[in-house]
Design a protein around this ligand. Structure first.
Ligand code: SF4
Length: 884
């Protein structure tokens, strides 16, 4: 028997909650994970994505070796080539012709070295990050209000608040562990109220005492109106305002420009509903406003953030237990990127492009090459690639061909660019396809360093297993390139710890309390201390060696006056308005079980069994108007392009709204990169794109024939009207959903795939029902079930299981599409215990009328709890129908 090693603590690589993970290893493999019970972010809880981390490991699909122009090379050749190309571009076109595009998936150490190399020594400010797409508006609004990018709250404030306002956040799906924490707090404190502000009714409404389905993009009006209300009703705190803030009268004057009745009209709420919300805010001291991409991803996201902060400043609800404006980051290390200056308009260690800060950074790094001006933000940066101003770009750990707005233009730009260097741990992505130089990077479980979560807590992400192939850490790769460029003295790093302590030292260098980001208390860590570092919240200084839970409890803002700044806001609608040609507001976002562009989460089959294909959520009335039904294929188009997605009817949507998830890309579907249809319109302060509101049209795509296909090998999909694919666990094969033309020749298709073995076939042409089982010996190689109706296909779970089992009797039995031993569970609801919708509905009908009863009977909802909102929805829908 193999010896097992003890559990090892690390951090989840997905969202900004930053959960601690205990990993179990065997034979240099991560064989199981569980929540780290000691980690203050999650105290042992994990959501379904975190729980499946070990299922995403393995060599399959990884990038193993460096390559240049498609040819495998050794590391020395790759690094020499990178250094040579960067040197040539810098010599011929100047440092500004070089760009770096980084990622909130990088560790802080990687981020630090990238910024130092680019800004400090190559001398280009054109360094931006995918965090620009996620939370740069939150950064900008914090800086405007507090003088620093400083989140004042802690997660424990969620345990103590009496009013929780979720705005622009479907936390139940995007930050599930925090959502469970909110649910627990509400259970413990029955007087706690939850308000969800969202144009659509999401899973997070399961917790809501009040749901405000405001008009899309109207959040700014709502909070500006609240500021006026607080003053008019005497709820603002004049002594706090006088002592700790400035600019109140100007902000109030702007707020008073819109009447209460007009605000109600603009946000689309009845006045009594709006009054209820305002009244609850007025009367509740312990109020948290919890916000995320729904606020940030807007052409006025910075103003919206400040409109929220204004209301907290007016009531003095900042830095208090259970109170504050709490922006939550999407990515695991967006905050770490902010610390090292990952955004183009920042210098390292929260410093800015002003003469004093420039001198401080240049002196600390001992460089005379420090760029003197902010660089281009993401949208402008890729425009410059398209226009030829940028000649070389180095992209790390991100997939801009999927995630940037107007993503087709980004792809064309990269295809035209002279030198595209991509460092990634995954071989085939829409972005690696554009690379001239590919560099294999270590992935989660292999790389070593730190991340900072949404509450400023720095945690270790530890290297637990050996890297696959020749993969290397990003900080190491850049250090080697820096040395080849002649900067060896400034880049002497031998370990991630060497980088971290320098980063920590810079945060304290000439700080004297001017910069709130200060982790100089960690600048003397030894290798052992760094390895053992426990999660800790910054600032960490000699005065606060154990970290700091809350900021600004006694005021003390980091503006010139020491006072927080109110910002006068004139709210505005989205840039593009709905029209006869584009009558629907297209919203984009994330789903429960997937992360980013699916490069990791799509490796765990059970994470795709909840939702396995790209879709658009549509209100039933909107669908009826467009002659669409549940399951139809729709084309959603905007002025920038179109995607093809399956229709899901959802009464929680407004009638003029559509929602399409961001995850699917060309690796998993024919035409579902939704960011390719988003206009590159940005917030003027933060540069963050408006992903949440794009005018769109929708029409049905004819699908004469549907097919579900499993195959051990990837299939050629070009000739289909539409396709989507889910990989099967343990690299067993692939499951496809095809939409095909009338009379599609499946036998020719089987031959085209190179298959020449046995094939059993059933055909009922009248109903366009064709089935094929291709097998060798007792093993199925490929199975095709084709029909005019998608609803008449065999269950996906049964289909997926075909490649794992031997044919025990006749393949003809399989053609019937029925296996008595594998009942159809329906759509997977609980991914932890693999419990399907049909099982749950049957249990509810049999009397399990609560999530507790369902959990006792089926186990569903008893592990991570991510599915509890859906369980409640099924219970309510079933019991209400029965009662009707
Ligand atoms: Fe990971 Fe889920 Fe925790 Fe986010 S909430 S850090 S995805 S386990």
């Amino acid at each position: 028997m193999s010896a097992s090693t003890p559990n090892l603590e690390t951090t989840c690589p997905y969202c900004g909650v930053g959960c601690g993970v205990s990993a179990k290893l065997r034979d240099d493999s991560i064989i199981a994970v569980s929540g780290d019970k000691t980690h203050p972010a999650n105290y042992g809880a994990l959501c379904v994505k975190g729980s499946a981390l070990h299922e995403t490991m393995g060599d399959h699909g990884r990038l193993f070796y460096p390559s240049v122009n498609g040819q495998r090379v050794d590391w020395d050749t790759a690094l020499d080539t990178v250094a040579k190309r960067l040197h040539e571009v810098r010599e011929q076109h100047g440092p500004g012709a070089i760009a770096f595009y980084l990622s909130g998936q990088l560790l802080t150490e990687d981020y630090y070295v990238a910024n130092k190399l680019a800004k400090g020594f190559i001398g280009t400010g054109n360094v931006d990050t995918n965090s620009r797409l996620c939370m740069s508006s939150a950064v900008a609004s914090y800086k405007r209000a507090f003088g620093a990018d400083a989140v004042p709250c802690s997660y424990e404030d969620l345990d103590h608040c009496d009013l929780l306002i979720l705005v622009g956040s479907n936390a139940a799906w995007t930050h599930p562990v925090l959502y469970r924490r909110m649910a627990t707090a509400k259970k413990r404190n029955p007087t706690m109220r939850v308000v969800v502000i969202d144009p659509r009714r999401t899973a997070s409404c399961d917790l809501a005492d009040l749901h405000l389905p405001i008009n899309p993009g109207a959040d700014g009006y709502l909070f500006v109106g609240l500021l006026a209300w607080l003053q008019q009703t005497g709820a603002s705190r004049s002594e706090y305002i006088a002592q700790h803030t400035e600019g109140y009268l100007e902000a109030l004057e702007a707020a008073n420009a819109i009447s209460f009745a007009e605000t109600a009209r603009l946000v689309g709420l009845e006045t009594d509903v709006l009054e209820t919300f305002y009244q609850w805010f007025s009367e509740t001291d312990k109020t948290i406003t919890f916000y995320s991409q729904g606020i940030n991803q807007s052409s006025s996201g910075t103003d919206k953030g400040n409109a929220i902060i204004n209301c907290h400043l007016a009531t003095g609800r900042i830095g208090k237990i259970g109170a504050g404006p709490f922006s939550i980051t999407g990515q695991p290390n967006a905050m770490g990127g902010r610390e090292v200056g990952g955004l183009a308009n920042q210098l390292a260690a929260h410093m800015d492009y002003n003469p004093g800060d420039l001198r401080t950074v240049a002196d600390f790094w001992a460089t005379d090459q420090l760029c003197q001006q902010p660089g281009m933000k993401a949208v402008d940066l890729f425009d410059a690639v398209a226009d030829g101003g940028i000649k070389a770009i180095w992209i790390m750990a991100t997939n801009p061909v999927v995630s940037m707005p107007d993503a087709n233009r980004v792809r064309e730009a990269l295809q035209r660019c002279e030198t595209v260097i991509v460092s990634d741990c995954v071989a085939a992505t829409d972005t690696t396809a554009t690379a001239d130089i590919l560099l294999p990077a270590t992935g989660w479980g292999e790389k070593n360093g730190t991340v900072t979560n949404s509450e400023r807590r720095i945690s270790r992400q530890r290297a637990l297993i050996k890297p696959v192939g020749e993969a290397k850490d990003d900080w190491w790769i850049m250090t080697q390139v820096a040395q080849r460029l002649g900067f060896s003295e400034a880049f002497p790093y031998q370990s991630a710890r060497d980088v971290f302590v320098e980063h920590a030292a810079l945060s304290g260098f000439r700080n004297n309390g001017k910069r709130i980001f200060n982790i100089s208390g960690l600048s003397e860590l030894s290798e052992q201390q760094y390895n053992d570092l426990s999660p800790i919240q910054w600032p960490i200084t000699t005065e606060s060696p154990a970290g700091t839970a809350r900021l600004f409890s006694e005021g003390g803002f980091v503006t010139a006056s020491g006072k927080a700044r109110f910002i006068a806001i004139a709210p505005r609608p989205p840039v593009q308005l709905l029209s006869a040609a584009y009558p629907y507001a297209l919203n984009t976002g994330r789903i429960r079980d997937q992360w980013h562009t699916m490069t990791r989460t799509a490796r765990a089959q059970r994470l795709l069994n909840h939702i396995d294909a790209p879709f658009v959520l549509v209100h039933p009335e909107t669908a009826r108007t467009n002659a669409l039904h549940d399951g139809d294929l729709a084309e959603v188009s905007t002025a920038h392009g179109a995607v093809r997605v399956g229709v899901i009817l959802d009464e929680g949507m407004g009638e003029n709204q559509l929602f399409v998830p961001i995850h699917w890309n060309d690796q998993f579907a024919r035409q579902a990169r939704v960011c390719s249809v988003i206009a590159p319109l940005t917030d003027p302060v933060s540069g963050q794109p408006e992903f949440k509101f794009t005018p769109a049209a929708m029409k049905k795509v004819a699908t004469p024939v549907w097919a579900m296909v499993v195959s051990r090998e990837p299939l050629e999909c070009n000739e289909f009207i539409d396709w989507s694919m889910t990989p099967l666990t343990d690299n067993k094969g692939y499951c496809y959903r095809f939409a095909a033309t009338e009379g599609f020749d499946w036998q020719a298709f089987i031959r085209q795939q190179g298959y020449t073995g046995n094939c059993a076939q059933y055909s009922d042409t009248e109903h366009r029902d064709e089935r094929f089982i291709c097998y060798e010996g007792a093993l199925v190689q490929m199975a095709i079930f084709s029909h005019h109706s998608l609803s008449l296909m065999p269950a996906t779970s049964w289909l997926q299981g075909l490649l794992s089992r031997e044919i025990t009797s006749s393949p003809w039995q399989l053609l019937a599409g029925i296996d008595m031993n594998q009942p159809d569970r329906g759509k997977l609801i609980c991914a932890c215990f693999e419990v399907g919708e049909k099982q749950i509905l049957a249990a509810i009908v049999d009397g399990a009328n609560s999530t507790k009863a369902l959990g006792e009977q089926l186990n569903c909802g008893t592990n991570c709890g991510s599915c509890i909102p859906e369980l409640n929805k099924l219970i309510n829908e079933t019991l209400n129908v029965d009662a009707a």
